[in-house]
Design a protein. Sequence first.
Length: 68
Amino acid sequence: MSGNNEIYERYGNEEEAENCSREQNYFQDQIMKLSQNGLLIWQASTRLTTLILFLFEKSLKKQILKGS
């Protein structure tokens, strides 16, 4: 129960402290999942941007060669 000392002191009741600790762990897990999802979204958007720039560059090269 050493990890719950602060919570136990606040609520003065072991059951309430355990419930609060479980809720706190749940929300920490949810925040971690959201952070991981945010990272995945950022990586995907970076890859998509890179692909778009590559295709744009390729298209420009074709247009330049046609114009020559």
